[in-house]
Write a protein that binds this ligand. Structure first.
Ligand SMILES: [Zn+2]
Ligand SMILES: [Zn+2]
Ligand SMILES: [Zn+2]
Length: 327
C-alpha cells in the first residue's frame, strides 16, 4: 500500500508505505543484496559478477509507478491520492566497504553523471515534479544495508522543504534582483569563518543558520538551477568537493561519519525557477563523537531546531580535521 494523505493542519502530504516494514534488515555481510552475484550463491540484486555504478528500482518503494487505489475514501477534509512516483537505488561501487570518502574521484564523477542522467530522465515524466537525490549513511541514520548506495525519489509534488526555499529565494530575488544563494555564498567567502573549501567552481561551508552541529552545504559558484547544467569541469569539481567533505567528516572523530546527504535543485514541474540555485546539504546526526542529535519535541513538535554548537566553531573543527588529514 502506497498512498498520500493530506495533513490539513500543516498543508503537506504524508506518505503511507506499509510494505516497507518487510525491508531487508542488517543482513550478514556475506548475504549483502547489493554485492555482485557470486557463483554457487543465490543471485543478489545485481545478477552479474562485477559492476561499476548500478541503478535499479527499489524493491520496497515509497512511491510506485502504478500504485494501487488508496485503502480509504477521500473526504473534503481528508484528501488521499495514490502515491505515484519512482524510487531508485544507486549502488556506488561493487566494493562492499567503499564510501564517498574512500572512493576515487573518478568513481564519484561517474556517480555525478548517473545523478544527472536520472534527474533528466525521471524529471522528463509528466507525473514527476521533483527528483530527490539523497544518501543516508550509517546506522545512526537508520540505514538497513551498509553497502555504499544512495537513493532517488521521483516525487509527484514539490516537497515542502524545497517549496519553502523556492518561495524565500523568489522573494529575495524580487526584492534585491539577486540570487539568495549566490549572495549567501559571497558572504561566506568574505567572512571565511564558516568556509571549509573553495575550489574548482564550488564552495563548501557550514551555513550561518546550520540546524545540525556539523551541517555542511556544497554549492556551485555559478548560478545554475540543477545538476544537468553543470559543465564537464564542474562535474569533476562536484565529485572532488563531495569527496573532500566526506573525508573531512571521517577525519573529525576518526570513524566513518554517518550523514544524510540531500540535493536541492530545480523542480521538474515545468516551471523555470530561474531564481533557484542547485546545492547539496549534509546533515550528520552526531553532535560529539559519542552523542547523537535526536529530533526531539522542540524540533518535531515545534519545528524549531536547537543547535548545541556554534557554526563558527564546528567549521573551525572541520577545517582542523581537514588539515590533519592533509586534504
Ligand atoms: Zn555488499
Ligand atoms: Zn545563485
Ligand atoms: Zn536547500
Amino acid at each position: 500500500m502506497s498512498e498520500m494523505r493530506w495533513h490539513p493542519l500543516l498543508e503537506e502530504w504524508v506518505i503511507t508505505a506499509t510494505h516497507r516494514q518487510e525491508r531487508t534488515y542488517h543482513p550478514p555481510r556475506s548475504f549483502c543484496p547489493f554485492c555482485p552475484s557470486r557463483a554457487g550463491r543465490a543471485p543478489t540484486e545485481v545478477p552479474r559478477k562485477d559492476y561499476d555504478v548500478v541503478v535499479f528500482e527499489n524493491r520496497f518503494p515509497t512511491f510506485r509507478r502504478q500504485p494501487a487505489r488508496p485503502a480509504v475514501r477521500a473526504t473534503r477534509l481528508s484528501p488521499v491520492r495514490p502515491a505515484r512516483g519512482v524510487c531508485e537505488v544507486v549502488l556506488y561501487s561493487p566494493e562492499h566497504d567503499l564510501t564517498l570518502a574512500g572512493a576515487p574521484v573518478e568513481q564519484i564523477y561517474k556517480l555525478v553523471r548517473v545523478w544527472t542522467d536520472r534527474y533528466r530522465e525521471l524529471g522528463a515524466r509528466t507525473f514527476v515534479h521533483y527528483v530527490l537525490v539523497f544518501e543516508n549513511k550509517g546506522n545512526a541514520v537508520g540505514v538497513t544495508l551498509t553497502h555504499p548506495h544512495g537513493q532517488i525519489y521521483a516525487f509527484p509534488y514539490v516537497p515542502p522543504v524545497v517549496q519553502r526555499e523556492l518561495e524565500a529565494s523568489r522573494r529575495h530575488y524580487s526584492r534585491y534582483r539577486r540570487c539568495l544563494f549566490c549572495a549567501s555564498a559571497a558572504e561566506e567567502r568574505r567572512a571565511r569563518r564558516r568556509l571549509l573549501f573553495s575550489a574548482e567552481g564550488f564552495e563548501a561551508f557550514v551555513p550561518f543558520y546550520a540546524r545540525w552541529p556539523y551541517e555542511v552545504h556544497v554549492q556551485p559558484r555559478r548560478h545554475v538551477q540543477d545538476i544537468s547544467q553543470l559543465t564537464e569541469a564542474e562535474r569533476w569539481g562536484l565529485a572532488g568537493i563531495l569527496k573532500r567533505v566526506a573525508q573531512t567528516y571521517d577525519a573529525l572523530f576518526g570513524f566513518s561519519f554517518p550523514y544524510m546527504m540531500v540535493m536541492h535543485q530545480r523542480p521538474t514541474d515545468g516551471r523555470r525557477h530561474a531564481h533557484y540555485h542547485f546545492h547539496v546539504e549534509f546533515y550528520p546526526p552526531h553532535r560529539t563523537a559519542e552523542k547523537i542529535k535526536y529530533l526531539a519535541s522542540c524540533e518535531s513538535g515545534a519545528g524549531s531546531f536547537i543547535n548545541d554548537t556554534l557554526p563558527e566553531e564546528t567549521a573551525a573543527a572541520l577545517r582542523q580535521a581537514a588539515r590533519r588529514a592533509r586534504l
